[in-house]
Design a protein around this ligand. Structure first.
Ligand SMILES: *Cc1c(COP(=O)(O)O)cnc(C)c1O
Length: 384
């Protein structure tokens, strides 16, 4: 099946997966089930399938069904944040296991591996996964997982996910992909051979900057999916019913939002590339971008995120961020409002991000207004 057809089917899933009308009232949008406990049948059984809401809840089921279908996986587990989802996937490994991790993976995942999970016995090597040679050289006999993120944060580097999946499988390891930025409408790593996909649903999936959440989707039923469900059921790491409902609701409009955000990012990237105050633009939709060819092959669209480096380094970048009027100075991404962020100053001591780099999350505003806002901020910053 073609990539375009896969994306179109994902758009249909965004609207329909897990969304049957309520059998009691016919309500087209699902009710929110806040009950923590469910009644047993007279014979002591639970024919309706729900016992206690840590173990299962109809709103969580609806969200997990949608995410599994969107990612073309066998099953999904929803967690209270993207970090909790990452933790659940990493905690499914054994002490002594080795990981090969993208050196520009989400900053929190790196810190989790360097701190708590290193103490628990995981060993991680951080390498540039956009280079298959570096990835291959980092593999060890006890490598259990390769952790990729493409496009990466904040440099938008592209890794060849199909090649990484093949490499991992040659070593009896699995490939995990943090697919938060592209979303399943922009990229479906499980169809490229990945074994598990991780999301911060906080971002594009929920899409309105008002609910924290995360999820992991596994390609097949088996031990990994069982451990993810253990993290919910036994460790109690679950997303509450209202947050599941909000997230499922957000996914309804993902196809329309992402299409507009992607068009906006492309236009902003092209405008910035021509701006004299801009040193470099990082966006895989630009034909000059080093990741363009691989991204064009494995993505359904280049997404709504980009970054750029301002001439004059950190001070100049901070001045640009200080002068934007529409772009909000805030972390996070994927919401209706455009955001600008100086990454180096939020990332902390292990950051390798250039000081002059600003990251943009393109929202739903008029794209010409966004371009004009950046232009006036760049001009004012240069004027001092
Ligand atoms: C935000 C983010 C995370 C962490 O998710 P939270 O929901 O904030 O815990 C992980 N990976 C990526 C790529 C992210 O953007």
């Amino acid at each position: 099946m073609s990539k375009e057809r896969d994306r179109e089917r994902a758009a249909t899933d965004a609207v329909h997966a897990g969304m049957q009308p309520d059998p009691v009232t016919g309500a087209v949008m699902p009710p929110i089930h806040l009950a923590t406990t469910f009644e047993r049948d007279a014979d002591g059984g639970y024919a309706r399938g729900y016992v206690y809401s840590r173990q299962g809840n109809p709103n969580r089921d609806a969200l997990e069904t949608a995410l599994a279908q969107l990612e073309a996986g066998a099953g999904a587990a929803a967690f209270p944040s993207g970090m909790a989802a990452a933790f659940a996937v990493l905690f499914a490994l054994e002490p002594g296991d080795h990981l090969v991790v993208a050196d520009d993976c989400y900053y929190g995942v790196g810190e989790l591996l360097r701190g708590p999970l290193a103490r628990w016995g995981l060993q991680a090597d951080f390498v540039d996964l956009s280079s298959l040679e570096e990835a291959r050289a980092a593999m060890r006999p006890n490598t259990a997982l390769v952790w990729a993120e493409s496009p990466s944060n904040p440099m938008l580097r592209i890794s060849d996910l199909q090649a990484l999946a093949e490499l991992a499988h040659q070593h009896d390891a699995r490939l995990a992909v943090d697919n938060t930025w592209p979303t399943p409408l922009g990229q479906q790593p499980l169809l490229l051979g990945a074994d598990v996909v991780v999301h911060s649903t906080t971002k594009y999936l929920a899409g309105h900057s008002d609910v924290l959440g995360g999820a992991a989707v596994a390609r097949e039923e088996g031990p990994l999916l069982e451990r993810l469900r253990e993290a919910q059921d036994l460790a109690g790491i679950v997303l509450g019913p209202f947050d599941c409902w909000l997230t499922r609701r957000g996914i309804l409009s993902l196809p329309a939002r992402l299409e507009r955000q992607t068009r906006g990012a492309q236009a902003v990237a092209e405008a910035l590339q021509l701006h004299p105050a801009v040193e470099q633009v990082h966006y895989p939709g630009l034909p000059s971008d080093p990741g363009h060819a691989v991204a064009a092959r494995q993505m359904h669209g280049f997404g709504g995120m980009l970054s750029f480096q301002v001439r004059g380094g950190e001070a100049a970048a901070m001045a640009v961020a200080a002068h934007t009027r529409l772009f909000r100075r805030a972390t996070s991404l994927g919401g209706p409002e455009s955001l600008i962020e100086h990454r180096a100053s939020i990332e902390g001591p292990h950051s390798a991000t250039p000081g002059g780099l600003l990251r943009l999350s393109i929202g739903l505003e008029g794209v010409q207004d966004l371009i004009e806002d950046l232009d006036q901020a760049l001009t004012q910053a240069q004027a001092g």
